[in-house]
Design a protein around this ligand. Structure first.
Ligand code: GCU
Length: 430
């Protein structure tokens, strides 16, 4: 970190004269009320040594940061592997108007026949644009596989789903009317036309998203939260783990190139995608869309959602220890740019939306920018500028960032940038 950048950060981006009540912090949306905060250097170890080489980063600093994120934020991922069997449920070789192959595969947890399967929906382009097998986007969806496309061949999820005011999910179960309700978030035609595959699954297959959800999910057998360990595994960790299990399957499927897997998540799934990418180096590219607090946004910058709010609204997402930092993010021994830095030297995309102040777009940008010294260790250029870019003006090379006009969502614009980024990165790697 250059002295110039540090001083720009402190003088320009972070200082504000107003004191907030530490006991009862309000959600701050006023840039002039952003308080100064400590910058945690990703390249200084907990024993105060400066990391100057890739070797030291990989052997010492990276592992100690990973451990800290597990013990303080996301919980420790169980190391026990569950035995699996992959059951091919359907194949349609003329999906999406004949442009794609659609497969549905269930990951069955063989030791636990009562545990819900992880149902993967996979689309593979038939028209290979590049050389070799197509790369694959991997991501969890919010409303069931049937929500990402109206194609009638997609099995309607029978799992617990959050009710919808439009009546398409009733008594926590999907109705036929729920088909395609989130198709705008998954522009399959675009992705397929660009030569990419997509693998998705409903995140509730792994753990339904409510405080009691663990009882019918993976945690019930792998690590039940009954003894309140401070680093106990929680839902964000489970979803991250699930994306790695999807990749395990993809490694066995000859239709896709699992070495070019791009993990992508929006919002809470953006948090999970980052944690998945940090822990699982098999993900070649990591994309976090509007992941906000507990995702890409700096925790110590008081703008938008706070740790306290996150833990209060979603007590099942983060480990018990994380709650001890409610109202005192300054005491947290990590900050989220260090999570992003764990992805280095792999390409990383952080995306924000102008109308999504809750996620602190500027805090997401600064966080991405603060990974630059780690990418530089590998001779790579990250964001490369202190200037928060204008709307629809992506910046950065191996770490890229954009802010889109509009609300908290995943739009075609976002996918266009992600695909363009993946194209460039995969071309470079050839
Ligand atoms: C809530 C939550 C955010 C989260 C978002 C989402 O707004 O406070 O942290 O990212 O939900 O997942 O949509």
């Amino acid at each position: 970190m250059s002295y110039r950048f540090k001083s720009v950060m402190l003088a320009g981006l972070l200082l504000g004269p107003v004191t907030l009540n530490a006991q009862n912090p309000d959600i701050n949306y006023d840039e002039s009320k952003v308080q100064p905060f400590a910058f945690l250097d990703p390249l200084i170890t907990y024993s105060a040594k400066r990391v100057k080489t890739v070797q030291r980063w990989e052997n010492e600093r990276r592992p100690e940061l990973l451990k800290k994120f597990a013990s303080e934020v996301y919980g420790t991922t169980p190391s026990r592997r569950l035995a699996t069997r992959y059951e091919l449920r359907s194949v349609d070789s003329s999906a999406l108007g004949g442009t794609a192959i659609r497969k549905q595969i269930s990951v069955i947890w063989t030791e636990y026949p009562d545990l819900p399967s992880l149902d993967i929906l996979l689309y593979v382009p038939k028209n290979k644009s590049g050389t070799g097998k197509p790369p694959v986007f991997v991501g969890l969806n919010y409303m069931g596989n049937h929500s990402i496309s109206p194609e009638p061949g997609i099995a309607l999820s029978t799992r617990w789903l959050p009710n919808r005011p439009d009546g398409k999910v009733v008594n926590n179960r999907a109705t036929e009317a729920a088909r395609g309700v989130q198709q705008s978030r998954w522009p399959l035609e675009l992705i397929i036309a660009k030569g990419y595959s997509v693998a998705t699954a409903y995140y509730g297959d792994l753990e339904p998203d409510h405080p009691e959800g663990w009882k019918s999910g993976i945690r019930s057998v792998l690590d039940p939260p009954t003894n309140q360990k401070s680093d106990g595994w929680q839902a964000i960790g489970v979803w991250a783990w699930g994306m790695s299990r999807m990749l395990d399957y993809l490694e066995t499927d000859n239709l896709v190139d699992a070495k070019r897997a791009v993990v992508m998540g929006h919002s809470r799934q953006g948090k999970a995608a980052l944690w998945a990418g940090a822990q699982d180096p098999r993900f070649a590219i990591v994309i976090a869309n509007e992941s906000g607090e507990g995702g890409a946004a700096l925790s110590k910058r008081n703008f938008g959602e706070t740790i306290e709010r996150l833990n209060r609204s979603f007590p099942h997402w983060f480990c018990p220890k994380y709650r001890t930092y409610n109202n005192r993010p300054d005491a947290l021994p990590v900050d989220q740019h260090q999570l992003l830095a764990l992805i280095a030297p792999r390409p990383l995309y952080v995306a924000s939306a102008e109308g999504d102040r809750w996620a602190d777009p500027k805090g997401e940008f600064i966080s991405a920018r603060l990974t630059d010294p780690v990418y530089q260790l590998y001779g790579k250029k990250g964001i490369g500028t202190d200037t928060w870019p204008a709307i629809h003006s992506p910046v950065g090379e191996t770490v890229r960032y954009h802010i889109r006009a509009g609300e908290h969502d995943v739009k075609r614009y976002d996918w266009e940038q992600f695909i363009d980024f993946a194209d460039k990165q995969f071309r470079k790697a050839q």
